[in-house]
Design a protein around this ligand. Structure first.
Ligand SMILES: [Zn+2]
Length: 443
């Protein structure tokens, strides 16, 4: 039995003082409110929230942080830089990079990551000896960094979509493609059986976007032999909508609905450029919508109608996406701030809702239904936030998430294990690990 004594804990019913959380084999066995610490208990000061789920990540994009701001451009020119980094990675360098990136996530209170993975093959699209070498590097990286991973293996078969139709793959994009959807499926089924004994992994499915997969291939990607989460990039840029309308006669959202992809396992990512009908469809469909506000701002995507989506019934979760920052608290704050700018009203996303979106909704989107709450039977994931920093001092306990940042995370417990203690990751100096992984990619 492991036990943690929390000065304050964010339980499903609200914030409560003096909470003892005991666990067996990484699962919460008992939550005692108003308890005194017992000998051997690990004390956690400040306020303890459940582990946060980062519902949308591309680990390798971390190598672009602070390196793409010198000459303006657009999403599409940024993508050229991203492809240049992708071209240099192999399973060894990706293992080093992703380990450091996931350790940075752990420091920020992220206990599970949804890795939207499309960098599958070697240069020119030639498979590695193990065709899942890159995905397995990500799985190993998460284990070493101490977090769980949902590997959303993305099907990526086309080079893009414009008004004339689908475009051929360019040389870097060949690394993303399995050639056809059946071969993608075979590879992912092998990945799933090869990782079945690992408790920290869920293998899920992803359609990169309506730009990269033809609708005729959607049903193969949604194959229920894989099951679990299905994620899709959706309407991040207007150009995708324009091309989809020209070629398929409908919006990307309507295309997903037409091809029967709407259910509770579906998460659409970004959903920036939506019609009123799209908002209604996503709300009715029981779909999760993943907001990545710092990425959407950084890439000049636009402001998505997340307030309207939430009111229509969509489940909102959050992701760090291209890692412009690794701070889900800031993502949730930016989501609310963007909504204020759009709506002219304050506080469509309340602090308690922010916690729900970061924990329960995020884990639901990633296929971890028994994670995201401090309650019996859930994964023993705890994140302690300081209440005495220059950012948080003086804040009301229930509103501290509107001003805390990743810097205020002091302790992180994942599946009962202490991964971060007093702001230190168990791997040591994560900044140095990042530097050692990133600098060779630009040499
Ligand atoms: Zn993305």
């Amino acid at each position: 039995v492991t036990a943690y004594w929390c000065e304050n804990a964010w339980l499903p019913e609200g914030v409560v003082a003096s909470v003892r959380v005991a666990g067996v084999d990484g699962v919460v066995s008992q939550v005692e409110v108003g308890a005194s610490p017992q000998p051997g208990d690990v004390p956690l000061r400040g306020v303890v929230i459940p582990g946060m789920a980062n519902a949308h990540s591309h680990a390798f994009h971390r190598a672009l942080r602070g390196r793409t701001h010198d000459d303006g451009g657009t999403f599409w020119t940024w993508r050229e830089r991203m492809y240049a980094v992708a071209a240099r990675l192999d399973p060894d360098s990706y293992l080093r990079l992703a380990t450091a990136v996931y350790a940075e996530m752990a420091l920020a209170g992220i206990t599970a990551v949804g890795e939207f993975h499309y960098l599958h093959h070697g240069p020119g699209g030639v498979p590695y000896d193990d065709p899942n070498a890159m995905g397995l590097a990500l799985v190993d990286a998460a284990r070493t960094a101490g977090i769980r991973i949902t590997l959303l293996d993305a099907c990526y078969l086309e080079g893009g979509l414009d008004a004339s139709g689908y475009l051929p793959l360019d040389p870097v994009q060949r690394r993303f493609s399995d050639g056809d959807a059946e071969r993608w499926l075979d590879r992912v089924l092998a990945l799933q059986s090869g990782t079945a004994d690992r408790d920290h992994v869920v293998v899920g499915r992803a359609i990169h976007s309506v730009r990269a997969v033809r609708p005729g291939d959607f049903s193969t990607v949604a194959d229920n032999r894989i099951g679990g989460p299905l994620h899709v990039h959706l309407s991040e840029q207007r150009a995708e909508n324009d091309a989809c309308l020209a070629v398929h006669g409908c919006t990307p959202t309507a295309l997903l609905e037409r091809e029967w992809l709407f259910d509770e396992e579906l998460t659409v990512v970004h959903a920036v450029h939506l019609t009123d009908a799209d908002v209604r469809l996503l709300g009715r469909g029981g779909v999760s919508v993943c907001a990545c506000p710092t990425t959407e701002a950084d890439l000049a995507d636009g402001i998505a109608p997340f307030g309207r989506l939430a009111r229509a019934g969509a489940q909102i979760c959050l992701g760090s996406d291209q890692q412009v920052q690794t701070d889900l608290l800031v993502e949730a704050q930016r989501l609310d701030q963007h909504e204020r700018l759009l709506s002219g009203r304050r506080g469509s996303f309340r602090p308690s809702g922010m916690v729900h979106d970061l924990t329960v909704s995020g884990h639901r989107s990633l296929g971890w239904p028994l994670a995201g709450e401090i309650s019996r039977g859930h994964r023993l994931d705890l994140v302690a936030l300081r209440l005495d920093s220059v950012r948080t001092a003086g804040a009301a306990l229930e509103q501290v998430l509107t001003c805390a940042t990743a810097t205020d995370v002091t302790d992180v417990v994942v599946d009962g294990e202490r991964v971060v203690t007093d702001g230190q990751h168990r791997l040591g100096d994560v900044g140095r690990l990042l530097q050692e992984a990133i600098e060779p990619l630009w040499a």
